[in-house]
Design a binder for this molecule. Structure first.
Ligand SMILES: NC(=O)c1ccc[n+]([C@@H]2O[C@H](COP(=O)([O-])OP(=O)(O)OC[C@H]3O[C@@H](n4cnc5c(N)ncnc54)[C@H](OP(=O)(O)O)[C@@H]3O)[C@@H](O)[C@H]2O)c1
Length: 217
């Protein structure tokens, strides 16, 4: 599967590219081609130092959509609407939202979803009707993705209404060593998947732990 990461130059996008590029063709998307290419070079160098060959390409976000079969929306919640309004050609593609609508108020993080109920449900409204949306990767911290010395021993909950798309996303997750995909149900449960993340951030903050994740046994 050709993977495209919108906002792939960011924390989680680059981390995912590093973990996925040894096994898949990955396109890092950006609003600026040059920024995407710099990011690709960085990924290639990191992976080459470890003796891993990889296929990673830098393009604009639109070119990324055009090239990819599976598109990951690795952008902050506040840019979800504007980004999806601009991108064309998502019809029929598998789209994955790791987007968490989170705010920090005072000392703690809260889940602050849009009126639709979650970032995933808002994305569903904005995407073409036949885009095959899944919500996944919401609860794995960017630093964990990026630290290649750290085995990613986490569970990744996937929800969505298109069973075949969900299966493809589960296969993508399973292709990353140690990550375990779990079917969490239909897209309607997206608020539950997303809202776990502020809980993890609060546990990290108040229990003095770094980059807390989950593993369901
Ligand atoms: N960070 C985590 O640990 C983590 C974990 C799980 C899920 N998530 C979710 O993953 C998503 C990305 O998180 P992140 O931490 O990787 O975000 P980020 O690093 O803050 O931003 C990601 C990318 O968004 C792009 N961007 C910035 N401003 C934009 C704008 N005005 N319009 C369109 N794109 C813009 C930038 O790419 P260009 O400048 O190259 O266009 C940037 O590299 C978020 O929704 C977050 O909730 C994050």
């Amino acid at each position: 599967v050709r993977i495209g990461i919108i906002g792939g130059t960011g924390g989680i996008g680059e981390g995912m590219a590093l973990r996925m590029a040894p096994f898949h063709t990955v396109v890092i998307g950006s609003r600026e081609t040059e920024k995407a290419q710099v990011c690709c070079k960085e990924c290639e160098e990191i992976l080459m130092q470890r003796g891993l060959s990889c296929s990673v390409i830098g393009k604009t976000n639109q070119e990324t959509v055009d090239f990819a079969e599976l598109v990951i929306l690795a952008i902050p919640f506040k840019f979800l609407v504007s980004t999806l309004q601009e991108l064309k050609g998502l019809e029929g593609k598998i789209v994955v939202s790791p987007v968490n609508p989170i705010e920090k108020t005072g000392t703690f993080f809260s889940y602050v979803p849009p009126p639709e109920g979650s970032a995933g449900l808002l994305a569903k409204k904005l995407l073409p009707a036949d885009a095959r949306l899944c919500v996944a990767f919401n609860n794995v911290a960017a630093n964990r993705w990026r630290d290649l010395d750290d085995p990613l021993e986490y569970s990744v909950a996937v929800c969505g209404d298109d069973e075949a798309a969900k299966e493809t996303v589960r296969q993508l997750i399973a292709s990353v060593p140690h990550l375990k995909p779990l079917d969490a149900g239909p897209l309607a449960v997206a608020p539950l998947v997303e809202s776990l993340t502020p809980l993890l951030l609060n546990i990290g903050r108040f229990s003095r732990m770094k980059d807390v994740g989950v593993r369901y046994l």
